[in-house]
Ligand binder design. Structure first.
Ligand code: SAM
Length: 288
């Protein structure tokens, strides 16, 4: 495959069902000089399944910075490389950004071999608007940081797409309910393409209750999609978040802050109470 400078192929691999690998992906993984993988043991199993014997090298979040120079040197010397991650499309909440940026800066051709991506698969079946959406990846792991991030997104009118690990799903849904309001439509797309594939299409409070009441619903890997906020003139929802935050910082009680914000905005006091409570908890959370 190589001429003077090599090519970096960015190859999507399955997100569960191995039959989802594309023919071009298989051909590329077979023909390149080296497959650069997030976890060589994990990807070794995929290559063996495909009958591919190409050598593997590791490039993951802990060594990417150090590995990039050597990999770009190999590309410049004429080797063709394929970058893969543990699942789906590399660089989508996965390593590879530094390698791709460095390869492009070195004048190396970077070629996509598209295929599975959990966010796109989830959007394709959720039944939420997909003409405009925003990919938010993983929310912060800690409650206070998560509430703060959600507060910046509360007025977002595009469909929101989050990745979430099973163990944090319940806490994440509880915070989404508090900040976005219990009745926001949402979709939980879990274990896509796998045996226990489930797509639940409910309000945020219904999803939160279902996950809280049935630990099986939090198992495995999930994409959480949330309908965008209704269009509101001047981003009222965002402004109200700032108002609540300021009132609470001034020592005003949660109930009083919610009442003031409701009067100013015309929004429901019940909804604002839940947001104010989440903000208050986040401001006073010992873990930050
Ligand atoms: N690069 C991958 C992609 O293209 O989707 C995503 C990698 S990211 C480290 C892993 C997260 O993707 C999981 O925590 C989950 O949120 C989501 N994910 C991956 N596979 C999934 C699946 N089969 N069903 C639902 N979500 C999945």
């Amino acid at each position: 495959m190589s001429n003077s400078t090599g090519v970096l192929y960015v190859v999507a691999t399955p997100i569960g069902n191995l039959a989802d690998i594309g023919q071009r992906a298989v051909d590329t993984l077979r023909q390149v000089d080296l497959v650069v993988a997030e976890d060589t043991r994990h990807s070794g199993r995929l290559l063996r399944h495909l009958g591919i014997t190409t050598s593997l090298a590791a490039c993951h979040e802990h060594n990417e910075r150090a590995a990039v120079d050597g990999l770009v040197a190999r590309l410049r010397a004429g080797s063709d490389l394929a970058l893969i991650s543990d699942a789906g499309t590399p660089l989508v909440s996965d390593p590879g950004f530094r390698l791709v940026r460095a390869a492009r800066a070195a004048g190396v051709s970077v070629v996509p071999i598209p295929g599975p991506c959990a966010a796109i698969a989830a959007l394709s079946v959720a039944g939420l608007p997909t003409d405009r959406f925003v990919f938010e990846g993983f929310l912060p792991a800690r409650h206070a940081a998560r509430v703060a991030r959600l507060e910046t997104l509360v007025g977002e009118t595009r469909t929101l797409v989050f990745y979430e690990a099973g163990r944090r799903l319940g806490a994440c849904l509880a915070d989404l309910c508090a900040v976005f309001g219990a009745d926001r439509p949402a979709v939980l797309a879990r274990e896509l393409t796998k045996l226990h594939e489930t797509v639940l299409d409910e309000r945020l409070d219904e999803l939160a209750a279902r996950v809280a009441g049935d630990p099986d619903q939090a198992r495995g890997e999930s994409v959480l999609l949330v309908a965008g906020a209704p269009e509101q003139p001047g981003d009222v929802a965002l402004e109200v978040g700032r108002l609540l935050e300021t009132l609470l910082e001034e020592g005003i009680t949660v109930s009083r802050a919610a009442a003031i914000a409701a009067r100013v905005s015309g929004m429901s006091k019940r909804e604002l109470y839940a947001r104010a409570q989440a903000l208050h908890d986040a401001q006073h959370s010992p873990s930050g």
